[in-house]
Design a protein around this ligand. Structure first.
Ligand code: SF4
Ligand code: SF4
Length: 387
């Protein structure tokens, strides 16, 4: 994927051309993954055509609440992000790393073959693209490259979508990650739906994107098309459901380890780990070895884990974070503060998933605001093991 941020050329296509574009991708051996209605939510799944998209659906989100609702139009992209993120494709929830088998005296170790599936990600939002860039930095940006992530992210095509509306739990504008798609895409759409008019402004981000677009009918974008698309994104910016003041946030959280607000949030937090599972940037994992009953075959699997589980922080004979308070504080402080030390960016893209999918409606933006209100500036309480 190309992360260039140049001035992108713009074209306009209609619904039929968008369908044809999906066909072009399929003819180039891409498997398409995009939004789909399933189990009363909009999730990412394999799709074939625009008919598979959540046409005429929207989502209503709030802290601890998610509902699908019918729209009064046939918008293809009239909703925001659901519980899934692209990490399920690039960093799967369960991934076999290697297998080993014994045949008499012979031991055969077989590493998992390289993933060569070509994936086209459809209708990807700006916050999601930023999350992908953050995970790419975590998995492939350092000295040791994660080969699974690397191979899975190599053969991808990204068809992004500018948000035309924002959800109640969105705060991407605070994190400078949206709602306008600016980089990291092959093609980016803005859906223009006005009465009988149903078209898509398409920005070209890469040569690969231009090549795919060239295979379908389009017209050059007029200045009015560009203006309409701009107004659509501005509307989403104006609808942002939440915000967070990120001023000096790293120091704010670092110096507030002893703030009593952590005790208050810990009284509500169930340590269920939902927030980390839905977060598109969380990357904690564990490994598990399994054998069959003969004892001749074994496999090592990597599975998503969470800093909210007791096992995850068990180190050398003891648990370093025994309390819910210490685990919630670790999660939020890592996301918004120490992530900067480790990876040079925030670990949060403001997608709001952790707010929507928290069963007790804990809201990261509210927690930051509460810490800011009760800032214990200058306090230097030392951290205690498991506190
Ligand atoms: S903050 Fe919410 S989602 Fe996260 S562990 Fe606590 S209860 Fe679960
Ligand atoms: S911490 Fe919450 S809002 Fe931030 S990226 Fe993760 S799920 Fe989204």
């Amino acid at each position: 994927m190309n992360f260039c941020n140049s001035n992108h050329a713009s074209k306009v296509i209609d619904r039929q051309a968008l369908d044809n574009l999906f066909g072009v991708l399929r003819s180039q051996s891409y498997t398409l993954f995009g939004p789909k209605v399933s189990d009363q939510a909009i999730v990412y799944d394999e799709i074939q055509a625009t008919d598979d998209l959540p046409i005429g659906w929207t989502d209503e989100q709030d802290a601890g609440s998610y509902r699908l609702k019918k729209r009064d139009d046939q918008a293809l992209f009239g909703y925001v992000v659901g519980p899934h993120s692209l990490k399920k494709y690039l960093f799967p929830p369960a991934q076999r790393l290697w297998q080993v088998s014994r045949d008499g005296e012979q031991i055969k170790l077989s590493p998992e073959p390289e993933d060569v599936v070509k994936r086209a990600f459809i209708a990807i939002r700006s916050c999601e693209l930023h999350a992908m860039a953050i995970q790419a930095q975590v998995f492939t940006g350092g000295e040791f490259v994660d080969s699974t992530y690397d191979s899975r992210s190599r053969n991808t095509f990204t068809l992004a979508v500018n948000c035309g509306q924002a959800g109640n739990t969105c705060f991407c504008t605070s994190m400078n990650t949206g709602p306008e798609v600016t980089a990291g895409f092959d093609l980016a759409l803005t859906e223009i739906l006005d009465g009988a008019r149903h078209e898509f402004l398409v920005e070209i981000g890469t040569e690969l994107g231009a090549e795919v677009l060239n295979a379908v009918d389009f017209r050059d974008a007029e200045p009015e098309d560009q203006q309409t698309a701009k107004e659509i994104v501005n509307r989403a910016t104006g609808q942002m459901g939440r915000s967070v003041d990120t001023t000096d946030i790293k120091d704010l959280l670092t110096r507030n380890h002893g703030n009593t607000r952590w005790d208050e949030v810990a009284e509500r937090c169930l340590s269920c780990a939902n927030c980390t599972m839905v977060c598109p940037t969380c990357f904690c994992s564990t490994v598990e070895d399994v054998t069959d009953l003969s004892g001749d075959n074994a496999e090592r699997w990597r599975r998503w884990d969470s800093c909210f589980t007791m096992d995850f922080s068990y180190i050398a004979g003891g648990n370093v974070r025994t309390s819910t308070k210490s685990r919630y504080r670790q999660w939020m402080t890592h996301k918004l503060a120490t992530w900067h030390d480790q990876f040079g960016t925030s670990g949060c893209v403001g997608c709001g998933r952790c707010i929507t999918w928290c069963p007790v409606a804990i809201d990261i933006t509210e927690e930051v605001a509460a810490i800011r209100r009760t800032d214990v500036a200058g306090a230097t309480e030392p951290l205690k093991r498991g506190a």
